[in-house]
Design a protein around this ligand. Sequence first.
Ligand code: PMT
Length: 409
Amino acid sequence: MKSVLNGKTVVLGITGGIAAYKTPELVRLLKKAGANVQVLLTDSAKQFVTPTALGTVSENPVLTDIFPKDVQGSWTVHIHLARKASVFLVAPATANTIAKLAHGLADNILTNIYLALPPTVPVIIAPAMDTDMFVHPATQANLEILRQRGHIILPPESGLLASGLTGIGRLPELTAIVDKVNEVVAGAKGDLSGKTILISAGPTREAIDPVRYISNYSSGKMGFALASAAQKRGATVQLISGPVHLSPPVGVDLISVESALDMQTEIENRFIKADVVIMAAAVADYRVKSVSDTKIKKESSAGFELELVKNPDILQTLGKKKKKQILIGFALETDNEIEHARQKLVSKNLDAIVLNKANEPGAGFEVDTNIIRILPATGGIIEFPKALKTELADRILDFCLTLSEKNHV
Ligand code: PMT
């Protein structure tokens, strides 16, 4: 059976209680259920469990510092990690960390990431401590604040405690924690839940003969990033892609196509049910008029001419048919970019067009980053600095969400 944790990122914060010694096993169970586990360790937790053990079982670097020394990039790692989280789990959670979370203190990597979490990320807190500390009105009041905030508090169990006393305060069974994570992730509603999003990606290939074709440099990275981000935010995603070398994003319905005509058929078949369509594919504008059934021999003539015919403009066709759908195109330009993008926006009847340049370093085809501007049909230009395509995918989806709220789609 496919686990709901497959491909999900569990950010696990471990704080300084004796139960921390159990967490390598917790990580192992979460990994077994398919999750990518990113561990955060407070200074006190290091007294009970080592980053080496947790790094080994999680197969990820363990973050222990707001200013990580061995993580490339910068001290803003906590912001990026918070955005990747499918769920934020604190186990064991000490009274001290619970108090910090309740009151918004940010003095270590765990509390920083907590504050940077998007509001859609569910938070599960598993307190574990001595009975007197757990039942203290201060701890109970802090837990109540977290409960009111919508977080899930996993009640500790009763039994023998590290102090030698018996009472409530033991970390629940690890399998119960994993079950809760599963349940929460399965029920988590992203801000795009209930939306069906159709995304196109990659190039199209227009056959010349059985061994040759006309195509372009699109890698599919932009479209795949959009599909993956939309799926993580709860949308039902159908990704129509030309030939690329990327793994299908988890949870996305991938329909592979070759030519512009194939892509048109697959998109049009799904258009009626879509709420949002984003065309990130680089569709070939022309195809060969008559494709040879056999390999064209170079001896057959001195020169070689191909007669090309125009492919249908998929977006333009959708623009004519659209009813409730939000239609987003991409414009790949080399010059007079704003003018050309606006022409496409109007002629294809789009709600917005995402402009990127083919001849700008770090933008367009193949690279992991892009530099985009969104031109909404209502006017204006929204500019974004150079960023990863995975990051920009979320910004494009944020924009679609505001449009859909305005249009009540
Ligand atoms: O895949 P990557 O390597 O990550 O690169 C990303 C990208 C550069 C391909 C992507 O960001 C991008 O710009 N995609 C659109 C490329 C393109 O074909 O642009 P265009 O200006 O030629 O077309 C305008 C729009 O019409 C596009 O949304 C395109 O999908 C659509 N179109 C174009 C031709 C056609 N026959 N039918 C279409 O629907």
